[in-house]
Every structure is written in structure tokens, then in C-alpha cells.
Design a protein around this ligand. Structure first.
Ligand code: ZN
Length: 286
């Protein structure tokens, strides 16, 4: 799933390709992609893309004439720019926006589960409505402070891994970067939010900021101006690196599978040497 570093790089590299250009048409290929009916999607025709922004894992397109388009890639949605008309009947296509630049901006799905979504709003209304309503603080903004984090942790009694991915406290972090952040902070993914001492809260705050800042820089370098398609595994240190040595201590990275999500952690650095039970396996054995 595209997370903050991926979407940041996508937005930065997309801007020079689409900003200032008019949407000439809209071709909806997937019945699932549009989440709003009013204003109608045909209203996009003739509008120019004034700005593209990131909010959490979402993209916001500010359009001329008072319209705003919000896009959520979810797990498999990706954006690409193709010469006009190329691949317009492709099976992976969700929606296409032919632009007056002679190119098509296409939202495609690179996996079997179709969940990428597009919402259309009158400008200004998007902030109070799903999916932007209720989103938490941007972790790389000045509003994300150690004191703020301490208060969020006190207010939601849950496991740290889940807390980091909720979006209503901190935005932009998903399954992969939650693992990376907890490894950096040397905290267990299963530790309870309410059980952290002040020193651990401070460590978590630093880890959120440094891991995401480093990842944004690494994504910029890796994609070098191109639109990112796949999360580069080599930029992750523990997530999806199961049974490989921990880059810090050499212990084998362990994996927990739960509710179709995988959590990777170092038993030595993060869990006092414990290897947690694989709950998926124990459920199957019952
Ligand atoms: Zn380790």
C-alpha cells in the first residue's frame, strides 16, 4: 500500500506533468472507482489542474472553477501518464483523464483487489467529508510534537502497531512504515500505547520523523522524477525482510501474521528476546 514517502514522491513527480493542463474528457472504466455522484464526473471536462497535493496517503487535485478531486490509491491503485489514447481499454484501468497536453492521466489497479477510489467535491467541502474528514496530524509537520504524541497515546489504548496505522492520530503510515518506525524506536509492535514511559514516547516521536524523512529522501532518489509504481523493498530494513538478519544486531527478523497483515520485528531489539506466537497458525491448528 502506498504510504507517505511513496505518495509524497508521486505528487512531486506528477506535478510538472499535469499542473496547468485541462482535463478534456473522463473515461470511467471501473464501476467501483467513483465514490460521489454530485457534482457529476462530467463536470471535470474543461477544468484545469491548478495544484496536486498530498494529505496522508491521499491525493487532492485542486481544479479551476471551484472543484476538488480526491484520490485514494489504497493497496493496488497507481497513477501513470501515457500518450493520448494508448491502452484505453486495458483491463487494469480504473479511470482515465485525457489532458490537453496530449497525454492521458490514468488510474490503474496493479492487483486483483479493486479498491482505488475517486471523490469529487465543490472546492472547500472536501475537508469536512469522507475520506479527508477525521484525518490526524501530518507527521512531518510542525504540529507533530512529542507532547501531542504523548496525549494521543494516552487517548487510545491499543497496540503500538495498530495505533500508528489508524490515520485519525497520525496520517500517512501504513503496514510497512509502522514496522520500520517501531524497529527504529526499538519498541514492540504489541506494546500497549498506554504503557510507554516518557523516554519511550520521545524515542517513538524521533523514530516517526527520522524514518519518514529518510524514506522520502530515498524515494526521491530512487524514482528520480519518474512516477513510482512499486515500493522498493531495498529501502525497507525489516518489513518484508523476514528470516534475514536484523541490520542492527543480526538476530533473524520474525513475522506475525494477523488479519491479512504481516508485522515484522526484531525479537532482540524490540521484544526482549521473545518471539511472539504466530496467531494465524495457532488459529488454524485449533
Ligand atoms: Zn535487532
Amino acid at each position: 500500500m502506498p504510504e507517505l514517502p511513496f505518495v509524497t514522491t508521486l505528487v512531486e513527480n506528477l506535478r510538472p506533468l499535469v499542473e496547468g493542463h485541462a482535463i478534456e474528457d473522463v473515461i470511467v472504466r471501473s464501476v467501483y472507482v467513483l465514490k460521489t455522484v454530485d457534482p457529476p464526473v462530467a463536470d471535470l471536462k474543461g477544468r484545469r489542474i491548478a495544484d496536486v497535493r498530498r494529505r496522508g496517503k491521499l491525493l487532492v487535485f485542486d481544479l479551476t472553477g471551484g472543484l476538488s478531486m480526491v484520490m485514494h490509491l489504497r493497496r493496488n491503485g497507481r497513477l501513470e501518464i501515457r500518450p493520448s489514447g494508448k491502452g484505453r481499454t486495458a483491463r487494469d484501468l480504473a479511470i482515465t483523464f485525457p489532458l490537453d497536453s496530449g497525454t492521458d492521466l490514468r488510474l490503474i489497479e496493479i492487483g486483483p483487489k479493486k479498491a482505488a477510489s475517486v471523490w469529487l467535491f465543490l472546492a472547500g467541502q472536501e475537508n469536512g467529508r469522507e475520506p479527508l474528514a477525521g484525518l490526524g496530524v501530518e507527521p512531518l509537520s510542525a504540529e507533530f510534537t512529542p507532547a501531542g504524541l504523548a496525549s494521543m497515546l494516552r487517548g487510545e489504548k491499543t497496540q503500538l502497531k495498530r495505533f500508528l496505522t489508524l490515520q485519525r492520530y497520525i496520517v500517512g503510515i501504513g503496514n510497512a512504515f509502522a514496522d520500520e518506525i517501531l524497529w527504529e524506536a526499538r519498541l514492540s509492535p504489541q506494546a500497549m500505547t498506554t504503557a510507554l514511559d516518557p523516554e519511550e514516547v520521545a524515542r517513538l516521536h524521533v523514530a516517526v520523523v527520522t524514518v519518514l524523512e529518510e524514506a522520502v529522501a530515498a524515494h526521491r532518489k530512487t524514482f528520480a522524477g519518474a512516477l513510482p509504481m512499486r515500493e522498493p523493498l531495498q529501502l525497507l530494513r525489516v518489513h518484508r525482510h523476514g528470516k534475514e538478519p536484523c541490520p542492527r544486531c543480526g538476530t533473524m527478523i520474525a513475522v506475525i501474521y494477523y488479519e491479512n497483515r504481516e508485522t515484522y520485528y526484531c525479537p532482540t531489539c524490540q521484544a526482549g528476546g521473545r518471539v511472539y506466537a504466530d496467531r494465524r497458525r495457532s488459529r488454524l491448528l485449533k
